[in-house]
Design a protein around this ligand. Structure first.
Ligand SMILES: Cc1cc2nc3c(=O)[nH]c(=O)nc-3n(C[C@H](O)[C@H](O)[C@H](O)COP(=O)(O)O)c2cc1C
Length: 425
């Protein structure tokens, strides 16, 4: 029987308070971590199989292992609370309702890599999240979990919060570092990776907050417990944000490897109003759309790749039979065109061009050859940009055409919508 751990506190009264966290075993993992060496902690994270929950799924322990060992080099932990991916609302819930779980993960990560400074970057619109971060950090200082000589261990760690201004690109780790430095949030060319040259030129460990929230549980319950959940290549619990045409949208903490169908039908209460399922975006707006006949896929990094999509952030967007896929592709293209930072020409120009093409098809002004131009444009962006946003913005239009081409053709030929024609009659 799967037992949620990351969300275990969030329904308790005053779950955000340090007293509530301490009453339920909070900060015990820090004490346990201090009893081991930094190398032992890194080894535990490696053995757990934890992969980043921010979208890319990079193995966390491997990233910790990349940090330079030289004790004279100051190191930093950067905590990514930007959560800009449309459909994703898991990080906001953890920050608002259980911020100490993340702080505990940050302290353990800082101990393992020898960092003395942690910076939180948070999406500017998360007003409550900002307040909760500030209060939680102040309380952690007061209780001796942050600051000098934490719990008598000799370890020092300072932590502060910085607000972004609501730019999607600032969730990309190197753009986030630029923004933290007070500059325009443009991605940096990699390599060098942040673990080598990060914030203010110092080695920096960047993590999503769900990844960091897993750390205390790995230390408390052991890496074998964590690795015992999930699939061969995707271990541990995961919070899935489910939205769209379902009866019970919300965040669901479930084991990786659970089928997409089970998430939709069992946990989110099925498709609303008794309608048929048409398509699902399984991992946030930048992951390829899957048609209904592929929803038996296990929600894991490797299985979703094999099914033609990605796990991404685990944000499941459900669409019923009344959804026009041209309109979905158009709306997503509009989002990406608006959010392109403009640094790379294929993304800056291509995103707008994709939107214009999809907009004219949606509004009955599409021309023969537009579908081919969309695919050519999308292929001309993917892989040709500094950051992965190029691939991200190519995915929705490309996958919508791959699985629902007839809807695009109908729009162009009949200057109207096939779905509307069926459902308004
Ligand atoms: C365009 C773009 C936006 C991103 N936005 C976020 C975000 O809002 N939050 C996040 O944690 N990671 C985001 N990422 C992923 C980060 O670049 C990075 O991989 C992640 O913060 C690393 O943490 P993890 O290893 O814990 O997943 C984004 C990536 C791209 C390309």
């Amino acid at each position: 029987m799967f037992e949620p751990v990351l969300t275990r506190n969030i329904h308790r009264p005053y779950s955000e308070k340090i007293t509530t966290y301490l009453e339920h075993g909070g900060y015990n993992a820090v004490r346990k971590a201090f009893a081991g060496t930094p190398e032992e902690i890194i080894d535990m994270v490696k053995r757990s199989g934890l992969r980043g929950r921010g979208g890319a799924g990079f193995p966390a322990g491997t990233k910790w292992g990349f940090m330079p060992k030289d004790q004279d080099i100051p190191k930093i932990v950067a905590v990514n609370t930007d959560e800009g991916e449309p459909g994703t609302f898991k990080d906001r819930e953890i920050v608002e309702r259980d911020p100490h779980q993340i702080i505990e993960g940050v302290i353990i990560a800082a101990y393992a890599i020898g960092a003395g400074r942690a910076y939180v970057y948070i999406r500017g619109e998360f007003f409550l999240g900002v307040k909760r971060w500030i209060k939680a950090i102040a309380d952690a200082y007061e209780h001796g979990f942050l600051g000098k000589n934490i719990l008598g261990s000799g370890m020092n760690l300072d932590m502060s919060v910085h607000r972004g201004a609501g730019a999607y690109i600032c969730g990309e780790e190197t753009a986030m570092l630029e923004s933290l430095e007070g500059k325009r949030g443009n991605p940096r060319l990699k390599p060098p990776y942040p673990a080598q040259v990060g914030l203010f030129g110092l080695p920096t460990l960047v993590h999503n907050i769900e990844t960091l929230a897993c750390i205390p549980h790995i230390i408390e319950r052991g890496p074998e417990w964590f690795a015992g959940i999930g699939t061969e290549e995707s271990k541990g619990p995961k919070i899935f944000s489910v939205s769209g045409h379902v009866n019970r949208p919300g965040n669901y903490e479930l084991p990786l490897g659970i089928s997409l169908r089970e998430i939709i039908d069992e946990h989110a209460g099925g498709v609303r109003d008794g309608k048929r399922l048409k398509a699902v975006i399984p991992g946030g707006a930048s992951t390829p759309i899957l048609p209904a006949n592929r929803v038996d896929v296990p929600m894991a990094f490797e299985t979703l790749n094999a099914a033609g999509s990605q796990l991404g952030t685990g944000a499941v967007i459900v669409m019923d039979e009344t959804t026009c896929m041209v309109e979905i592709a158009r709306r997503l293209a509009k989002f990406f065109a608006h959010e392109s930072c403009g640094r790379c020409t294929p993304c800056r120009i291509g995103s707008v061009r994709l939107y214009e093409l999809l907009d004219r098809i949606e509004h009955g002004k599409g021309k023969p050859g537009d579908i081919e131009t969309i695919l050519e444009t999308a292929n001309g962006i993917d892989g040709l940009t500094f950051c992965p946003m190029g691939a991200a913005l190519a995915n929705p239009a490309r996958s919508a055409i791959e699985h629902f081409r007839e809807e695009f053709e109908f729009h162009i030929e009949h200057k109207g919508c096939l779905v509307k024609a069926v459902y308004s009659s």
